[in-house]
Design a protein around this ligand. Structure first.
Ligand code: F6P
Length: 322
């Protein structure tokens, strides 16, 4: 392994830069050349690939976003796109690739690996925390803290006006952000894609709690089957006009910001482990940390829907919001 390429792909996540830094610095320490691939798989296809030095990653550990930039490349999901990517891997003489991203990134990596048997190792970088094979993904802790900070502020105004706030957080297919931030802010109800939402049950729940509460918070994951925060607010208004409700969509604010200490440490460990894995001839695997130890999970196993929500946390919300 003389030369490695590193890329960030899919939705960016705070801590991706810390992971890139760890990959680069580990390579430099081990006398391996390291190249940065710009804009994820798009850069691999376009040949937008440049050498990186230790100083190129100075002062980025605290920065959100990704200095390598990111994209969701549709071309990489075409045979022709992957062929070009493979040609560039050969042209730039990359012996291994570290790909940092989420389920879409690893789906692409897995298909690519089946076709070309390239040495490719993944680092889980997504705020969604929806990958199997790691306790936490890079960016999740920061996103949770961003949500908690924002909702704490909303709670001030909610209580001043005796209002019900319906707050939408990210999570197209997964409710990890909604569930854990909901517990963190003391939400009255949490709606997630993994469980069906019934408006009449929600009303019952809110009514039960209403006797001793002046304001209420409902956290909705964007992928919940009720159809998002505006739809929930609309249905609530139809069924229960007594609530003076407001909607807040937190949106992409959840993806930005300086990574938390947890995310920086996680990213640093995983970046180092990814290079070591390539040196040990591991491939087609995602690096994870399970019970504090580095773990390796095949890409196919790591992706979507394998990581199960802890339903007991929903029960906990029921108890604590009563
Ligand atoms: O990064 C994952 C994620 O944050 C999802 O929770 C969300 O649905 C999606 O990205 C939105 O991404 P974009 O706006 O970049 O398409």
């Amino acid at each position: 392994m003389k030369r490695i390429g590193v890329l960030t792909s899919g939705g960016d996540a705070p801590g991706m830069n810390a992971a890139v830094r760890a990959v680069v610095r580990t390579c430099v320490f081990k006398n391996i050349e390291i190249y940065g691939i710009c804009e994820g798989y798009k850069g691999l296809i376009d040949g937008n690939i440049n050498p990186l030095s230790s100083t190129d990653v100075s002062n980025i550990i605290q920065r959100g976003g990704t200095i390598l930039k990111s994209s969701r490349s549709q071309e990489f999901f075409d045979v022709e796109g992957r062929k070009k990517a493979h040609q560039n891997i050969q042209k730039f003489e990359l012996d291994g690739i570290v790909t940092i991203g989420g389920d879409g990134t690893f789906t692409g990596a897995s298909i690519f690996n089946q076709e070309y048997s390239s040495s490719i190792v993944g680092i889980p970088g997504t705020i969604d925390n929806d990958l199997f094979g790691t306790d936490y993904t890079i960016g999740y802790d920061t996103a949770l803290n961003t949500v908690v900070e924002a909702v704490d502020k909303i709670k001030d105004t909610a209580s001043s006006h005796n209002r019900l706030f319906i707050i939408e957080v990210m999570g197209k297919d997964a409710g990890f952000i909604a569930l854990n931030s909901g517990i963190g802010v003391g939400a009255d109800a949490i709606l997630i894609p993994e469980t069906p939402t019934y408006i009449n049950q929600l009303i019952k729940k809110l009514d039960n709690g209403n006797s001793h509460k002046s304001s209420m918070i409902v956290i909705v994951a964007e992928g919940d089957d009720a159809g998002g925060a505006y739809e929930v607010a609309k249905k609530l208004k139809e069924e229960c006009p007594k609530y003076d409700s407001r909607v807040t969509i937190l949106g992409h604010i959840q993806r930005g910001g300086s990574p938390s200490a947890m995310d920086r440490v996680l990213a640093s460990r995983m970046g180092n482990a990814a290079v070591n894995a390539l040196l040990e001839n591991k491939s087609n695997v995602m690096i994870g940390i399970i019970d504090k130890q580095i773990a390796y999970t095949p890409f196919e196993k790591s992706i979507k829907h394998h990581n199960k929500i802890n339903k007991s946390l929903l029960d906990l919300t029921e108890i604590l919001s009563y």
